[in-house]
Write a protein that binds this ligand. Structure first.
Ligand SMILES: [Ca+2]
Ligand SMILES: [Ca+2]
Ligand SMILES: [Ca+2]
Ligand SMILES: [Ca+2]
Length: 384
């Protein structure tokens, strides 16, 4: 893209703002000697006035070139100097020299034109071209620094200082814990997306894998992950065993994310899983058969026997109600049963002279949306 220059605003002698295509860019000019009397330390007196004029024009030119087409700027008019430094090195670490080209051309001293922020992080010696760190650099905050050094003679030097990555960030989950639910009849291989860990470092120091550290009773779950274009390693929880709320109603999985460092840095998250109940158990009587013996003189309302069935499901799915199956037994309603307690009472005056044995078919049924039921036989005979 070819930029067109709209305006040039010189705010001070050390900072210049250029606006092109309605975008502004700041350049700090390190060179301050032009307005000071000790300029002799950098320039020989005979060259002072002409070079001053020339340099001012050059500054504007360089800045316009910086702002405009990078390709046009780099090859013919500039040398390139690429320096690298690892993030986190000590303050005052020597990164390198600007003009180490093996000749006097393009050598120091320099006028420095730099992007905003270079001045605060890097110490640039205009007299020698040496660049040192002024602060502890952090690649995740700023990955490169760009400046142009203008020498007394020779071509300008575009300096790019690249900050190299170190493994200084651990994978971090956005929350320390999260909660998910699975119905207990969820089929295997069903996936649930978990919050992924993020690691600001570059490959291979970003998140590389996930593990379940603890809580995975009977290996009920496993993890799978995939990297997407945004570089994040996304995480899914998959069912790998059978879920049964009646055996294990919940899990608390500790999950770790590891990066590619040696040794890897880790982040942790707890995933609390609630297994939701499904009505998958029928009521079960505590005896396979009941026998009731009725006293001969028993009257209406006398308790004959109590049956009991349990249902291991939760709430309504496990709430048992009792009934006598009148289609298969006791059509005369000689007995009645308390639907909640299972207690069986004499309902009508019995006459064991005519019938010695009454066989009841008792049903225990749960309160599930699709109820399950069990049947028990209760023969009742008179006590002679
Ligand atoms: Ca890392
Ligand atoms: Ca890093
Ligand atoms: Ca049930
Ligand atoms: Ca159940």
């Amino acid at each position: 893209m070819k930029a067109t220059l709209d305006s040039v605003a010189i705010e001070t002698m050390t900072r210049v703002t250029f606006t092109a295509n309605h975008e502004s860019k700041d350049f700090a000019i390190f060179h301050r000697c032009r307005r000071r009397s000790n300029i002799n330390s950098l320039y020989s007196p005979p060259a002072l006035h002409p070079s001053h004029m020339l340099r001012s024009s050059l500054l504007i030119l360089v800045a316009i070139v910086l702002l405009g087409s990078p390709q046009a700027a780099s090859h013919d008019q500039e040398r390139e100097r690429k320096l690298e430094v690892f993030e986190g090195v000590a303050v005052d670490y020597q990164i390198g020299y600007i003009g180490d080209f093996g000749g006097i051309d393009s050598g120091p001293p320099y006028i420095i034109v730099a992007e905003a922020g270079v001045e605060t992080d890097l110490a640039i010696d205009r007299a020698t071209g040496e660049i040192r760190t002024k602060v502890k650099l952090d690649r995740e905050t700023r990955a490169s620094y760009s400046l142009v050094a203008i020498p007394l003679s020779g071509r300008n030097i575009r300096v790019l200082v690249t900050v190299k990555d170190e493994n200084d960030n651990a994978p971090t989950f956005p929350q320390t814990s999260m909660h998910i639910e699975f119905p207990e009849n969820t089929p295997r291989e069903v996936k649930r997306t978990l919050l992924p860990a993020r690691d600001l470092d570059l490959e291979p120091y970003n998140t590389q894998r996930y593990n379940i550290v603890s809580g995975n009773v009977n290996d009920a779950f496993r993890l799978s992950s995939h990297r997407e274009r945004d570089g994040v390693l996304y995480l899914d929880l998959q069912i790998s065993g059978f879920l049964d709320r009646e055996t294990t109603p919940g899990y608390s999985l500790l999950i770790e994310a590891l990066d590619g460092g040696t040794p890897p840095l880790r982040g942790f998250m707890t995933v609390n899983i609630t297994i939701q109940d499904v009505n998958d158990n029928q009521p079960i009587f505590n005896q396979s058969r009941y026998f009731a013996t009725v006293p001969e003189n028993a009257t209406v309302g006398t308790s004959v026997l109590q049956v009991y069935a349990s249902d291991t499901d939760a709430d309504e799915n496990g709430l048992v109600e009792y009934a006598i199956n009148r289609r298969q037994s006791d059509k005369e309603q000689m007995f009645r049963i308390d639907p909640r307690t299972g207690a069986i009472y004499i309902n009508k005056a019995l006459d064991f002279e005519t019938k010695e044995l009454h066989e009841l078919v008792v049903v225990a049924k749960d309160h599930g949306e699709q109820p399950l039921e069990t049947t028990a036989f209760v023969p009742s005979e008179s006590q002679m």
